[in-house]
Write a protein that binds this ligand. Structure first.
Ligand SMILES: C[S@@+](CC[C@H](N)C(=O)[O-])C[C@H]1O[C@@H](n2cnc3c(N)ncnc32)[C@H](O)[C@@H]1O
Length: 270
C-alpha cells in the first residue's frame, strides 16, 4: 500500500507497518520493511513516527533518524552531522583484536562516534582507551559512547590533543581517517555527501592526506612492538603502506573481499 505524507501527519493512530514500509519504499529505501520495523519500535507516539518517517524520506540516513547505529554488535549513539560507522570497518577491529591484548593502551584517531574504539575495547574486555576527533559533534557523540567504557575523548587534530604521557606507550593506534579523493566526493551516495561533514570524507587529492599524517607521527606514540592500523580503499593501499614504511614501521596490507575492506597495518620494531 502506498501512503501519502498526510496519512502520517494528520492521523492520531499509528500507521501500519505496511503503510510505513510503502512510504519508505516509494522514497527509494531499499530495505523498507526492516527500516519500518526499526522506526516503529523507536517512535514513542504516532506523531513521533510520522516525523521520523518524513525525516527518513527527506534523505536523512536511517541512523541519524534513529539516533543510533549498530557496529560490531554494539548500539552506538550517532547524532546528525556525525559519520555513520560502516560495516566494513569491522575488519579493522578484527585485525586489531588479533594483535592487541587485554589491558592494551589503545588510541582511536579520527574517532567519529567512537564506534571503532568502543568495539575494540569491548573485544579486548579491558583497555586504556583514548579517542580523538576534530569535529565537536563527533567528540560529543564519542564521549557518550565511550564514557561507559572509561574511554577519554579529546578534541583536536590527530595526535595533538593526546596527553603527553602516552608518548612511547601506545600499544595500538586505529584510524579510519577520511579517505575519499576530493574528485570522488561528488560520486558518493547523497546520504553521505549531503548528511556527513566533508571533514569526515574528503581525504585530499589521492585520499591519503590524513592517513599520511597519521602514519608519519605514529612512531612518536607507539610502544616498541606497537601497531598502527589504518583503514583505506583497496586502490590506495600500496601508497598508504609506503607512507607507513617511510615512517619506520614494518607494513603489510590486509584485505577482506566480503566486507570490501582494506587495512594497512604497521608494526614498530620492538
Ligand atoms: C571516515 S570518518 C570515521 C569515523 C569513525 N572512525 C568511524 O569509522 O565511524 C573520519 C573522521 O575523522 C575526523 N577527522 C578528520 N580530520 C581529522 C583530523 N585532522 N584530526 C582528527 N579527526 C579528524 C572526522 O571528523 C570524522 O569524524
Amino acid at each position: 500500500m502506498s501512503v501519502s505524507p498526510s496519512s502520517f501527519s494528520s492521523s492520531s493512530s499509528s500507521p501500519s507497518r505496511s503503510a510505513v514500509a510503502g512510504r519508505l519504499r516509494s522514497a527509494g529505501c531499499v530495505f523498507a520493511e526492516d527500516e519500518a520495523d526499526l522506526l516503529i519500535s523507536a517512535a514513542r507516539t504516532p506523531d513521533d513516527l510520522a516525523a521520523m518517517v518524513e525525516r527518513r524520506v527527506s534523505g536523512l540516513p536511517l541512523e541519524h533518524v534513529l539516533g543510533w547505529a549498530e557496529f560490531c554488535g554494539l548500539r552506538l549513539a550517532v547524532e546528525p552531522g556525525v559519520f555513520v560507522p560502516r560495516p566494513r570497518s569491522e575488519f579493522l577491529i578484527r585485525q586489531a583484536s588479533a594483535l592487541a591484548r587485554p589491558g592494551a593502551v589503545v588510541v582511536d584517531l579520527c574517532c567519529g562516534s567512537g564506534a571503532l574504539g568502543a568495539a575494540l575495547a569491548a573485544a579486548l574486555g579491558r583497555a586504556e582507551l583514548h579517542a580523538v576527533d576534530v569535529e565537536p559533534a563527533a567528540v560529543r557523540c564519542a564521549r557518550r559512547n565511550l564514557a561507559p567504557l572509561g574511554g577519554r575523548v579529546h578534541e583536536g587534530d590527530l595526535y595533538g590533543p593526546l596527553p603527553d604521557d602516552l608518548r612511547g606507550r601506545v600499544d595500538v593506534v586505529i584510524a579510519s581517517p577520511p579517505y575519499v579523493p576530493t574528485a570522488s566526493i561528488g560520486l558518493l551516495p547523497p546520504e553521505a555527501r549531503l548528511h556527513e561533514p566533508a571533514v569526515a570524507l574528503d581525504g585530499g587529492a589521492d585520499g591519503l592526506d590524513v592517513a599520511r599524517r597519521v602514519a608519519a607521527a605514529a612512531p612518536g606514540w607507539l610502544a616498541p612492538g606497537g601497531c598502527l592500523l589504518i583503514e583505506t580503499g583497496e586502490l590506495q593501499a600500496a601508497s598508504a603502506a609506503e607512507a607507513v614504511t617511510a615512517a619506520g614501521l614494518a607494513a603489510r596490507v590486509a584485505h577482506c573481499d566480503d566486507l570490501d575492506a582494506t587495512a594497512v597495518i604497521g608494526t614498530l620494531p620492538a
